[in-house]
Design a protein around this ligand. Structure first.
Ligand code: MN
Length: 177
């Protein structure tokens, strides 16, 4: 598990898309300086930055984690001061989805900005209990509960208990090839 340094394959993704750093900055809203630092491994992206990149490039999150369908299971990524994201199934274009196991430490809250247009999330609680914010309201998801919601608007996850909580998180990208 990588705790301090998070290296993503931004340069490869950007080059494949034929974009300059300036163009990528324009598309994602992440500064050119920050993009350069991330590419050189000098800065670790936050989960919020990673999602800005995914949205701007119209790509699934796993495109930046260097995992593709059929590749070996990657290590979990622990974003400093934030959630831990373990890739269960990387994005598969056949199904248009990717699946993560997300861990929330006690008391942890994570609010996510809107993902790309049309993205829908499924959350299934596998440990503890999780509160989900969708349509601006927090709702409780007990163990084994599932919740499906439009993720192209602000949404959030929080764990108000004093033990860890975990949930399966499936992201559906109906508009990606
Ligand atoms: Mn989300």
């Amino acid at each position: 598990m990588s705790e301090t340094k998070i290296q993503i394959n931004l340069r490869a993704v950007r080059t494949r898309a034929g974009l300059s750093l300036s163009q990528a900055a324009e598309l994602t809203g992440v500064s050119k300086a920050m993009l350069g630092q991330i590419e050189r491994g000098e800065s670790s992206p936050t989960i919020a930055t990673l999602w800005k990149l995914a949205k701007g490039f119209h790509l699934p999150l796993t495109a930046f984690l260097g995992v593709e369908a059929g590749s070996p299971m990657p290590a979990a990524v622990r974003f400093p001061g934030s959630i831990t994201v373990h890739t269960v199934f990387p994005f598969d274009p056949l199904f248009g989805s990717e699946t993560f196991l997300v861990t929330l430490e006690p008391g942890q809250e994570h609010v996510s900005q809107a993902h790309d247009a049309g993205v829908v999330e499924d959350v299934v609680v596998t440990m503890g209990a999780v509160e989900m914010m969708r349509d601006g309201e927090w709702v409780t998801c007990a163990l084994n509960d599932g919740l499906r919601f439009a993720a192209d608007q602000e949404h959030g996850y929080r764990n108000l208990s004093d033990g860890p909580a975990q949930f399966l998180n499936v992201l559906h990208y109906p508009r990606l090839p």
